[in-house]
Design a protein around this ligand. Structure first.
Ligand SMILES: Nc1ncnc2c1ncn2[C@@H]1O[C@H](COP(=O)(O)OP(=O)(O)OP(=O)(O)O)[C@@H](O)[C@H]1O
Ligand SMILES: [Mg+2]
Length: 342
């Protein structure tokens, strides 16, 4: 089953991506949150600048919509070089990548989004490019085949993935630096909402920003989307200003609660409570009961529920926490489930 979720971390339309383009921070200074990553990146960029060398290959991983693509753009901007972007699933042929890589200049940045979806042959082709800045190109087949060594310029590869666990070890090991982007704090989210509102000329008060921040699942892309929904609601149903009340009403209409949970989140928790006594239960069983893909649940639903402690991952499967019962208004019974928490 596919559903469109407003609180999805992924872009829900190409138009949306075009729109949020303008909201992307352009420098590390402008980049809100992810403080540790930003600090380390500043040092690494400065060092490579001083040494006159390219930035080490960089792997960014974390849930969708947290700013991986934004960071790749910033890195190339800070280095004053070009950024060439592509994605794992579109690089189906070695020749495609060959064309891209031979056109790269010194210190250019090659950004490969969804790098966990690179075909194996293409992945193996990248290893020598990352290590020694050369590629081995095989021409002809059979007895006349030859390996041609093509030298490349010293570029920087930035890989982004939402599923770092799916990356092969040899590929992961070839990145000099790996950064994990985590969900943003409430205060950081508020700052992002206020910044975006300012850039879009949207009037919003403190309570309005508060509500949007707490409904955005620690994800800037969702915050920007909810900001626009609240603005539309404010224009039609109020005087155009986003107050706390306006934002709350707008999100009630969309079925988004005070923690940013939507129907799918609540159904998932309720299925575990109703059918599996609160767990533990395997994700496959939950997915089957919900007629959802395991992948969707693992990538789009679970991370945030785990983050806020509503779901707990155990060796025997997922369990719903006492806080989740409370949030859903379901009495927490002292049964087998409760004793497991004791
Ligand atoms: N640190 C930040 N400060 C302000 N806005 C941000 C920040 N990070 C991201 N954004 C906003 O969130 C949007 C989504 O960010 P981005 O496209 O970089 O996410 P992503 O992690 O690459 O997501 P995906 O995994 O889906 O590719 C951007 O358009 C930008 O407006
Ligand atoms: Mg992206």
């Amino acid at each position: 089953m596919t559903r469109e979720r407003i609180i999805s971390g992924k872009p829900i339309s190409p138009e949306e991506d075009t729109f949020t383009w303008s909201l992307r921070p352009k420098t590390l200074k402008e980049y809100i949150g992810q403080n540790t990553v930003v600090k380390k990146l500043l040092i690494s960029l400065e060092a490579s600048g001083i040494r006159g060398e390219p930035q080490e290959h960089l792997l960014l991983h974390g849930p969708p919509g947290l700013g991986k693509t934004t960071l790749a753009y910033i890195v190339s901007r800070e280095m004053g070089t070009r950024l060439v972007t592509t994605t794992g699933p579109t690089l189906s042929k070695i020749a495609d990548l060959m064309g891209i890589m031979t056109n790269l200049d010194n210190r250019d940045v090659l950004f490969i989004d969804e790098i966990h979806r690179l075909p194996t042959a293409v992945e193996e082709f990248i290893y020598p490019a990352m290590e020694d800045f050369r590629v081995d190109f095989i021409v002809d087949k059979g007895p006349f085949s030859k390996v041609i060594n093509v030298p490349l310029k010293r570029f920087t590869l930035i890989g982004a993935t939402t599923r770092v666990g799916l990356l092969s070890a040899p590929l992961r090991d070839r990145f000099g630096i790996t950064y994990h982007l985590d969900f943003y704090s409430h205060d950081e989210m508020k700052e992002i909402v206020v910044r975006s509102a300012g850039m879009l000329d949207i009037k919003i008060d403190k309570e309005g920003a508060d509500i949007i921040a707490s409904s955005s699942r620690g994800t800037p892309r969702i915050a920007n989307r909810l900001l626009r929904r609240a603005r539309d609601y404010a224009i039609v149903k109020a005087d155009g200003n986003i107050t706390g009340e306006v934002a709350r009403k707008a999100f009630d209409l969309e079925g988004i609660d005070s923690l940013g949970l939507d129907d799918l989140d609540r159904i998932l928790l309720k299925v575990i409570i109703d059918y599996y006594k609160g767990g533990p239960v395997g994700i496959e069983a939950v997915a089957a009961t919900l007629s959802e893909e395991v992948n969707t649940l693992e990538e789009m639903v679970e991370p945030y529920l785990l983050k806020i402690g509503f779901l707990i991952r155990t060796k025997r499967g997922r369990m719903v926490s006492q806080e989740a019962y409370k949030h859903l208004g379901i009495p927490f019974t002292v049964s087998g489930q409760a004793s497991l928490f004791a």
